[in-house]
Design a binder for this molecule. Structure first.
Ligand code: URA
Length: 205
């Protein structure tokens, strides 16, 4: 999906996501991972960046975080085929620990470089509601690198960005890594409530 807001410089305006050199993350990645799902979805979900499984498959949220996301979507009564799922950053950023490729949080400059693709997806899909899964997605969507996930999660009203609303919740990996069963259950419950709310808002508007 090539964004409508193209610029003249070929470095800045890659032919395709796989040809993107707007930052250096492509060097260590197997695939660029574009968004997937319903091309005119009223509801879009945005995560941080592909993980190890997504990098190998070239598809978003197909690994352990994806399994958790599928479970909470089902609990919230949302069908994954009806939504569009993507990430703020399209290449897997990782470091080797032993034999494992461990996730590294993308830098702000990488999030900003990749905003070109996220903005393109938003312009094409034109969702009514976007769920920010975690702080990186929230900051990318609000164009605010200082935005705080917990502060946004506590707001009574979703944020408005242009034509869409932003509902914030935890990233599925946060639920998977929660330090106790209690914390895990609370984070998961927040995700279910946020997805249900986002779905209702998307249906209504
Ligand atoms: N985590 C993300 O943020 N996105 C994915 O696609 C997978 C894991």
């Amino acid at each position: 999906m090539k964004p409508a807001h193209a610029q003249a410089d070929p470095q800045q305006e890659p032919e395709s996501l796989n040809a993107c050199r707007r930052c250096t993350l492509w060097r260590d990645a197997t695939h660029a991972v574009p968004g997937a799902g319903s091309a005119r979805a009223a509801l879009m979900l945005v995560g941080e960046q592909p993980g190890d499984s997504e990098d190998r498959a070239g598809l978003p949220f197909v690994g352990p975080a994806g399994a958790l996301l599928d479970a909470v979507l089902a609990e919230a009564g949302v069908q994954r085929k009806d939504v569009y799922v993507t990430n703020a950053v399209k290449h897997f950023k990782w470091e080797l620990r032993g034999k494992r490729r461990l996730h590294k949080t993308p830098a702000q400059r990488e999030v900003e470089a990749c905003a070109y693709w996220l903005e393109g997806e938003l312009a094409q899909v034109r969702p009514k509601v976007v769920v920010a899964l975690g702080a990186t997605a929230l900051r990318a969507l609000l164009h605010d690198p200082t935005a705080r996930l917990k502060v946004q999660m506590e707001q009574k009203q979703p944020a408005r960005v242009g034509d869409f609303l932003v509902v914030a919740t935890w990233h599925p990996s946060y639920v998977l890594r929660a330090p106790s069963a209690e914390a895990r259950e609370a984070a998961r419950a927040h995700m279910v409530t946020a997805l249900r709310r986002a779905h209702a808002l998307a249906e209504k508007r």
